[in-house]
Design a protein around this ligand. Structure first.
Ligand SMILES: CC(=O)SCCNC(=O)CCNC(=O)[C@H](O)C(C)(C)COP(=O)(O)OP(=O)(O)OC[C@H]1O[C@@H](n2cnc3c(N)ncnc32)[C@H](O)[C@@H]1OP(=O)(O)O
Ligand SMILES: O=C(O)CCC(=O)C(=O)O
Ligand SMILES: [Zn+2]
Length: 432
């Protein structure tokens, strides 16, 4: 066999023979849940642990309704034992009659469980640290005690007809045998889900994939995952968890949570729409992401980061001339995400010295001016010259183009085409 045929064979075993989306799930991977995942939004639990967060009842209700409208499967709320108002808020959200199931999050203790089951929640997420750090310095209990109290809490919550999830906190720094034993125990007594939590954000995607695969061989219930972002792996870890067979991912709006937070809802949607476009588009109202992020950003008094997936101000802005030319010909050249899927627009940032004549020609067309290609190249050179001296904005470029046009011997005005799409309306330092 020739060398190129060999290579083709190898690539086909990785991506499949005629896969339309090479970044989609591997069809041969029968355990993958990339095409069949669920979201547990924890903005109102983990997110409340973000340094800046304070949500009053009204704001919690507004956020819960927005998440429900977006289509998250579950909404996780702060423990009702955290404070009197936390308990009342939990009860109030349970009474809203949302489509999303309402969960609350408690310690692995009967005192907490007794309060939780009275709030009206659909499910209880119970957690206890299993790493030696947490066993020694947080609750001080050994694995036998943990297993005993887990069984007691799970059986009690189940007896009330409420969903129950058991999670080991700090799973990736826990002993694997301890982990598998406790998960096996809780699975046997009918827990609805088990949770893996990368509490300190230490895990990498390969470790996640391996742990989920191993856990899949031990339990028959669904697996939920919770990833902190301390080392920047929260989205990648969530994706690999789904590839390994986890079913549910914890997210929060903008990723808010303890320290620098967890897997962000918007960022995960960006990853998942590439891998499972039909599933994601049919299940979630993606055009609502911007409004939800603005709602939460305002509530916790932060700005949306400039490089945020989807909604960062430059997420769909193309600048360099080589990029702009290709984008104008076919947006897929430099975009893996289609901004329109999220109710956003793309923008060609041509007011700078990295621009090229193709980008300037598109602006000339938008201004309804008639220039030959050679004339556009000439005016592009002038724009670049000015761009070497100082930052430019659209007005600068428009005046250079218009002055150039006026200076031509017989300027011809093209008929106005009102269907021309304006560039995206994100206000930047360099745009109007
Ligand atoms: C990784 C995570 O994010 S887990 C979720 C974190 N969420 C929260 O902490 C919710 C908000 N917390 C609170 O309001 C309070 O911490 C409360 C009400 C839960 C407890 O308050 P306090 O009784 O004053 O205890 P404190 O917060 O100082 O310490 C935690 C207590 O919980 C115990 N504990 C910690 N984790 C667990 C657990 N998973 N299961 C059972 N007990 C636990 C500790 O042993 C400690 O009890 P102790 O003081 O008797 O030793
Ligand atoms: O309950 C869980 O699975 C996660 C708890 C948590 O927030 C964490 O471990 O970081
Ligand atoms: Zn967490």
């Amino acid at each position: 066999m020739s060398e190129s045929k060999d290579i083709q064979k190898v690539t086909e075993t990785i991506t499949g023979p005629h896969q339309v989306n090479p970044y989609g799930p591997n069809p041969g991977d029968f355990l993958s849940n990339v095409n069949n995942f669920q979201l547990i939004d924890s903005t109102l639990r983990e997110g409340e642990q973000f340094a800046n967060a304070f949500f009053d009842t009204e704001k919690k209700i507004e956020i819960a309704k927005a998440l429900d409208d977006f289509g998250v499967d579950y909404i996780e709320l702060t423990s009702p034992v955290a404070s009197e108002q936390s308990r009342k808020d939990c009860e109030a959200i349970c009474k809203l009659g949302l489509k999303a199931k309402i969960l609350t999050h408690i310690r692995c203790h009967m005192d907490d469980a007794r309060v939780a089951v009275e709030t009206g929640v659909d499910g209880v997420d119970v957690v206890i640290g299993t790493s030696k750090f947490l066993r020694q310095y947080s609750h001080g209990k050994d694995m036998n005690y943990i297993a005993k109290s887990a069984v007691e809490v799970i059986e009690f919550v189940k007896s009330k007809g409420i969903e129950i999830r058991f999670s080991s906190e700090d799973s990736f720094r826990s002993d694997l045998v301890d982990l598998l034993n406790i998960y096996k125990t809780v699975d046997k007594i009918g827990v609805n889900r088990v949770g893996i939590a990368d509490t300190v954000g230490c895990a990498n995607p390969r470790q996640v994939y391996e742990l989920i695969r191993t856990l899949k061989s031990v339990v028959s219930c669904d697996i939920e995952c919770h990833f902190h972002n301390d080392t920047g792996c929260a989205i990648a870890n969530a994706y690999c968890a789904l590839e390994g067979g986890a079913r549910l991912i914890d997210v929060s709006v903008l990723g808010i949570g303890e320290r620098n937070g967890i897997t962000p809802l918007g960022g995960l949607m960006a990853r998942m729409i590439v891998a499972a476009p039909e599933y994601v588009k049919s299940k979630y109202k993606l055009h609502k992401i911007r409004d939800i992020e603005n709602l939460v950003a305002e509530a916790v008094e932060v700005n949306i980061p400039f490089n945020n997936p989807i909604t960062g101000f430059c997420a769909f802005t193309h600048k360099a001339g080589i990029h702009a030319k290709a984008i104008l010909a076919n947006p897929s050249t430099y975009e893996i995400l289609d901004p329109h899927d999220f109710g956003m627009k793309r923008y060609i940032h041509f007011a700078n010295r990295l621009t090229g004549w193709n980008a300037i020609k598109s602006r000339v067309d938008q201004l309804n001016l008639n220039l030959t290609d050679d004339q556009v190249k000439e005016v592009t050179a002038k724009i670049k010259k000015m761009g070497d001296i100082r930052p430019l904005n659209i007005d600068d470029v428009d005046s250079i183009i218009k002055d150039f046009h006026t200076g031509l011997a017989t300027p011809a005005i093209k008929p106005v085409d009102l269907t021309t799409e304006e560039p995206a309306a994100k206000k930047t330092k360099y745009s109007k």
